[in-house]
Structure formats: C-alpha cells, structure tokens
Design a protein around this ligand. Structure first.
Ligand SMILES: [Zn+2]
Length: 383
C-alpha cells in the first residue's frame, strides 16, 4: 500500500479530507445546497471519485451488489477478517457537507497512513449508499444489505417519481436480484468504526472537538392518519366539527410533551392535510403526520390516547424500525485512549435520560480529547 509521505503531517491529511468534502459537496442534484440520493448520477460520480481516492491510498476497490463503494487492503497475511471503517455517501435534502462523507474520507486518510501489512487483520473501507432513506424512505439500505438484512420487499418501494428501488438499481448497473451478495458474514469482520459529525450542539457547548459514542440510538418512523370530516368553515358550528388538522396538531403537541416528560425523543416532521387548500374555507378531513421516534418509549401509547381522546379514527403504519445498539467497549476504549489522556465524561441532555424498558444501554457520550481538532465551525456549517 502507499504509505503517507514522511513529511506529511496529520494536519495535511485532515486538510485533504476537508477539501475532499468540498469536492463531494459539488456532486449535488440541487443548484444550491447538497442532495445526493441513492442510485442517482451524483451517487455514481461520488462512488467513482471515492473509489479513486481509495485506490490512491493503496486499496483494492469494488462496488458491491447494493451500490456501496468498498476498498480493502490485506493485513499481515491474505484473507484475514477485516476491521471496517467508513460512513455513508448519500445525503438528506439540503445536507451538511460533512455528514457521512467525513467518515469515509477520514477512513481513507487512516488507510493511507497505516502500515497495513503489520496489522493482524485486513482493513476495509466502505462508503454506504442510502443511509438516509431520502429517495425511497427506507433508510439504511446499503448497510442493511452489508449486514445481510436486505429485504426483498424493499425492491418494490417507489420514489416520488414512481421509480422503484429495483428499477433504480438496474439503471445504476446493479442486479436487484443479487442484492444479497452484498452481505458479509460476521466471521469476515472484526469490527466497524465510524467517524461522524455530531448532529447537535453538545460538543460546542462542552468546548470539545471529539467524543466517543457508546451507543447508537434506535429510530422508528411512523405514518399516522387522522380521519375527520371535511366541512364548510363558515357554516359548521364548532361542536359539530371533526377537524382532522386540529386533531393532528394536538397529536404533535402531545408527542413533544410525552417525549420531554419521558426522556424519549419524538418528532413530527411532516403533516399533509386533505383536501387542503390555501383558503381557510374548508376544514381538513384527513391529516397525515409523519412521526419519528428515537429510542423507544411510550410516545405511541400517548398518540393512541390522543387519537382516542379526539374521537378521531387513527391509523398508523411503521416505516422504519432500526433498533438501538450499544457500541462494543473493546472498540471505543482505544479510540478514547488515542487522545493521549483521559478526558472527563459528560452526558448530553438527550443522553442523560433513563433508557426505556428493554433498552440495553443508556445513550451516553463521553468526550475524548484528540490531537486532531476538528474546527468547531465545521460542525456549525454542517448542521
Ligand atoms: Zn450521517
């Protein structure tokens, strides 16, 4: 593999990774802002570029059956299980330039600097596709395929234009029937490490550059439907109204109240009202709030109560269910140690809540100091 030039400093590598984030940011489907969704031309270009950078760092590169871009360099002998480093290359709409990309690009810097032939394991890099679910609503498509959990049922999921996952994969040059080939067996891997920007203000508030995440929050997303009765706003007296949008609004407020009270994170991100309209002459008969519940908790019970209390007929369907996962101490301890000295732990406000029943590990972040400081403005710009 290509070792870094002797006079190349860590700062040089960090600066290159940041500069490459800017290059990737230009691969966007938006004229201003960043959006790069799965199986798009921008995804193709990003995979090509990142694959080239991986090659320059001495890795053998391939694109797997799900569209993840993968690189590998052997350890002290061929065929050893691999430590995997990486993150995602797709984005949400109007994304930050470091979200996901930084984890892939810093992994390339690690690969370029480490003497892989001395390692008792292989090193693999990965740029996951469709972590965000921006195009099809099914988040974590690339990483689930990698974990051997690709669902056949996903392939028929359409995007907003009606193109299914299977059609998009085919147009991308992949064979959707072979998505299972992206699966990796546990015995092929020794672990997975990812650098990711923080999506909140806790590091800035704590005046820290780096923290070790000890657990990954679970997320469940639900689409709720509230059915009322459309009526003329001027002619329908309040006691006779069944305004679905008012009921949905109560649910939104209730979700926040319950989430704060119970230490769960619950968010409603979207409401659509039908028949809708700009003029307030007609009460909505249908409202669809799309709710996102992080961790687990009693939020949905509260929603059900709110629906019942509002005498509305409510339906809910689960879109995404990703379980929470504790990170293995065996992996995060060395990362914490790499800062050179112990750092005081702190708990974020979101993390300091008691875990709901059934959650194995409380969400807790601990800071670790680091020689390589990420400018705090970087996090701010990325948010
Ligand atoms: Zn991300």
């Amino acid at each position: 593999m290509t070792a870094a030039a002797p006079n190349e400093t860590a700062q040089t590598g960090a600066a290159r990774a940041i500069a490459r984030c800017d290059v990737l940011a230009a691969l966007s489907s938006l004229p201003t802002g960043i959006e790069r969704v799965a199986y798009s031309e921008e995804h193709r270009a990003a995979n090509a570029l990142v694959g080239e950078w991986m090659r320059e760092a001495g890795l053998t590169v391939r694109q797997d059956a799900a569209g993840n871009i993968c690189g590998r360099v052997e350890g002290e002998r061929e065929g050893l299980p691999a430590l995997v480093l990486g993150s995602h290359l797709d984005t949400v709409t109007d994304a930050g330039r470091f979200d996901g990309m930084l984890g892939v690009l810093l992994a390339i810097e690690v690969a370029a600097r480490v003497e892989a032939a001395a390692l008792p394991f292989a090193l693999e890099l990965i740029g996951f596709t469709d972590e965000e679910g921006t195009r099809f609503g099914n988040a974590l498509l690339g990483s689930r395929a990698f974990a051997g959990r690709a669902g056949e049922d996903w392939l028929a999921t359409p995007d907003r234009a009606g193109t299914t996952v299977a059609q998009a994969m085919t147009a991308f040059g992949l064979d959707p029937a072979r998505i299972g080939d992206a699966a990796r067996r546990p015995e092929e891997l020794v672990g997975y490490l990812e650098t990711h920007i923080e999506q909140g203000p806790h590091l800035i508030d704590a005046d820290r550059s780096l923290a070790v995440v000890t657990a990954i929050a679970g997320a469940r997303r639900f689409a709720l439907q509230v059915t009322g009765r459309a009526g003329h706003a001027g002619g329908t007296p309040y006691p006779r109204r069944r305004d679905a949008l008012v009921a949905a609004s109560e649910i939104v407020v209730e979700i926040e109240r319950i989430a704060i009270e119970t230490g769960t994170i619950g968010t409603v991100g979207r409401i659509r009202a039908f028949p809708g309209g700009v003029l307030p002459h007609r009460q909505p008969g249908l409202a669809h709030p799309l709710a996102d519940e992080r961790v687990r908790g009693p939020v949905l019970l509260g929603v059900r109560d709110a629906l019942d209390a509002g005498r509305q007929r409510g339906e809910r369907g689960e879109h995404v269910a990703a379980g929470d996962r504790a990170c293995r101490p065996g992996l995060h301890r060395p990362v914490r140690r790499s800062g050179g000295h112990a750092a005081p732990a702190y708990e974020s406000s979101a993390a300091s809540v008691p875990p709901p029943a059934g959650t194995r590990t409380p969400l807790r972040r601990s800071t670790a100091s680091s020689a390589a400081r990420v400018p705090s403005t970087a996090s701010r710009r990325a948010l």
